[in-house]
Design a protein around this ligand. Sequence first.
Ligand code: DAO
Ligand code: DAO
Ligand code: DAO
Length: 204
Amino acid sequence: AAPGSVEPRTGAAFPTEAAGRRLLGVGLRRTSVLGLKSIDVYAFGVYADGDDLKQQLEEKYRKFSASELKGSAELINDVLEQDIRMTVKLQIVYGRLSIRSVRSAFEKSVGSRLQKFGGQDTKELLQSFVALFKDEYKLPKGSVIELSRESNHVLKISIEGEEVGSIQSNLLCRSILDLYIGDDPFDKNAKDNVQENIASILKS
Ligand code: DAO
Ligand code: DAO
Ligand code: DAO
């Protein structure tokens, strides 16, 4: 595999390009059970469309140096907010993942962001979204889930290459991407790599 495309702790490999989007960073989503044992749940790769990045952000950040861009919280904020096509590709590494745990993890992680960006009245919306995660879905080790932001802030979710749902919501797109590149990301190192690569795309 090309350099930078393997998540080192799990060995999960990510292609450097997917559907025309470029790989910007890879990372690991872990969780702890009862505050004790730590579980590796999935490895992920963050992708973005390089042309969209340039089109939406190059002008605004023209005067910034690469190192200023690497440290800019405003840059990340713009990436989260603008109409930039992105994909987070998940590869499940935990072998006993139930849909019940996915629902409850989603409620916590995405729910906290919906509240952060959208306020209190997002609870019902979260419930209706989580209800779409049907018990028939199976997520054995090695399963691939794609969370994509398409043009116009449409969130599209695919499992094993099959689209299972899509919804137009800037808030939901932003809340999901925030888990990976926002203020309190699952994997800080992955976020830093994503930001560095965005900086070099904008400077290229
Ligand atoms: O089985 O008790 C357990 C631990 C399960 C941890 C579940 C974390 C789920 C993370 C979300 C995965 C989304 C694909
Ligand atoms: O890791 O906490 C997290 C959030 C991951 C978002 C996962 C969305 C999964 C949607 C598909 C579930 C199908 C059962
Ligand atoms: O962006 O205006 C907004 C609110 C959207 C919140 C997203 C929650 C998802 C709701 C999905 C319902 C599907 C039936």
